[in-house]
Design a protein around this ligand. Structure first.
Ligand SMILES: Cc1cc2nc3c(=O)[nH]c(=O)nc-3n(C[C@H](O)[C@H](O)[C@H](O)COP(=O)(O)OP(=O)(O)OC[C@H]3O[C@@H](n4cnc5c(N)ncnc54)[C@H](O)[C@@H]3O)c2cc1C
Length: 427
């Protein structure tokens, strides 16, 4: 291990590519190791890239980046067994887009190419099997049976981080804090997509669903429009799958068959299928993020925000990749890669939206464990809407009487108030 890299980054997802790109651009000798045959081949996102974080790395964003469609419609739909009610935030006609749909196979591959163009080495098809440790200090990795040395290792190897486990950083994955996602990409002509989702040419929609399946499992569904395809999927808590003895794939099938979903994907051809885990426990499941010679970024550090609205992980991954790169640059100037020096990474994250959001929404995971969110409330919303618009030749009831009638047998008024207060506090 005579020849050392300045930094070895494990995992070419958004966290690893961001860190590797920024360090390579600074002239550091960087090795980015990815187990997939190409970056993105093993990755999965719904996926919408939310917010402008990428523009901090690539100032000409959104130009020259393989984005699918700017999202001009954000929709939240409640499903009962046979009906649906939607809240539709339609920003058509404005120039402001707070998200772009992406396909990870294209996006991650493009990102890894930027790392190479900046002078970094990207080694794909290479699994990092272990860490090299000397006196409890990380000094490199073992990959393909070889030891490779580095001043610092950045573990950006995703949700089930082998690197963080090997460093003994206290990884806390458990069925209650991990969700299983399954997704299909369904090919359709662009004009059909625009017609069905009521968006202008080139624009897109993100639709989130509450109330998938009949069992009321902790989870939700999504439909995102890409240029020439639709991403359709479900994300379900592992514990809920185990308790209900269900498979995520079966939930996806029943979701696709729902009368409000089926017409949107009708006559499309499935061109991709993927499954992936996502950390959902936020701050409470976060491992330690640094040790002597190593930092942890992105999903490997459980930096995903799950508040029931949408899953946001990519911008947190990129922001942590940026903070990791900055920390390594400063450590290099000091010539000190010890934990005391690297710990400023946590201070940077604490100062940014990453820790602020995860702290602010710390109690969201507990709130989202409420089973009423997934069956009783979607049924209630759908039942209410149907009754309010129903004309049956009988004397009409005032809205409050309709509400009382629909609550009966589903949720007590006291439970509704308690859940409302809990929602106010946590999400
Ligand atoms: C179903 C689903 C829907 C989602 N939807 C959204 C969304 O719409 N918007 C959003 O912002 N987020 C979404 N997320 C979350 C988002 O995908 C993640 O938060 C994000 O990908 C994290 O990036 P990362 O770089 O930390 O990890 P990853 O993207 O998981 O990348 C880790 C990389 O490390 C590689 N790797 C792992 N182990 C090794 C090893 N030992 N050696 C070498 N390489 C290794 C993997 O192959 C992978 O390429 C979703 C997640 C799921 C599962």
């Amino acid at each position: 291990m005579d020849d050392k890299f300045d930094a070895i980054i494990v995992g070419a997802g958004p966290a690893g590519c961001t860190a590797a790109y920024l360090l390579a651009k600074e002239g550091l000798e960087v090795l980015l190791v990815e187990r997939g045959n190409y970056a993105g081949s093993k990755n999965m996102t719904g996926g919408v890239l939310y917010g402008p974080v990428l523009s901090r790395v690539f100032p000409d964003f959104p130009l020259n980046i393989p984005l699918e469609r700017p999202i001009s419609r954000h929709v939240l739909t409640f499903l009962s067994a046979s009906s649906a009610v939607s809240l539709d935030a339609n920003a058509a006609g404005t120039e402001i887009h707070n998200g772009y749909s992406i396909l990870r196979a294209k996006f991650d591959r493009w990102f890894a190419k930027q790392v190479e163009d900046a002078g970094g080495i990207v080694a794909t098809g290479l699994l990092a099997e272990d860490l090299v440790m000397v006196d409890n200090r990380v000094t490199g990795i073992v990959a393909g049976g070889d030891e490779m040395g580095a001043e610092v290792v950045i573990a950006a190897d995703g949700v089930n981080s082998l690197m963080a486990q090997k460093a003994g950083l206290g990884v806390r994955l458990a069925p209650h804090n991990v969700n299983q996602g399954v997704k299909e990409v369904i090919k359709l002509p662009p004009e059909v997509i625009e017609d069905r989702f009521n968006v202008a040419p080139g624009e897109g929609a993100a639709v989130h669903y509450l109330g998938i399946g009949t069992e009321g499992v902790h989870g939700g569904g999504f439909l995102y429009t890409n240029k020439e395809s639709i991403s359709v999927g479900v994300v379900v808590q592992l514990k809920a799958l185990m308790e209900h003895n269900l498979r995520a794939i079966d939930l996806l099938e029943s979701f696709k068959g729902h009368p409000a979903v089926k017409p949107l994907i009708k006559s499309g051809t499935t061109v991709e299928y993927s499954a992936h885990l996502v950390p959902a426990g936020g701050r409470d499941m976060m491992p330690r993020l640094c040790t002597d010679g190593m930092l942890v970024a992105g999903d490997a550090g459980a930096m995903v925000l799950a508040t029931g609205r949408a899953l946001e992980g990519i911008n947190y991954a990129m922001a942590s990749g940026m903070a990791a790169a900055e920390t390594v640059k400063q450590a290099r100037q000091k010539g000190d890669y010890s934990r005391q020096s690297l710990v400023q990474y946590e201070a940077m994250l604490a100062d940014s939206f990453v820790f602020k959001d995860l702290e602010n929404f710390r109690s969201a995971a507990g709130f989202l464990d409420n089973p009423r969110l997934y069956r009783a409330y979607p049924d209630l919303v759908c039942g209410l809407a149907n009754k309010i618009f129903e004309v049956d030749g009988q004397p009409k009831k005032k809205v409050w009487q309709v509400v009382r009638g629909e609550l009966k047998g589903r949720v007590s008024l006291w439970q509704l108030i308690k859940d409302g207060l809990a929602a106010r506090k946590s999400v």
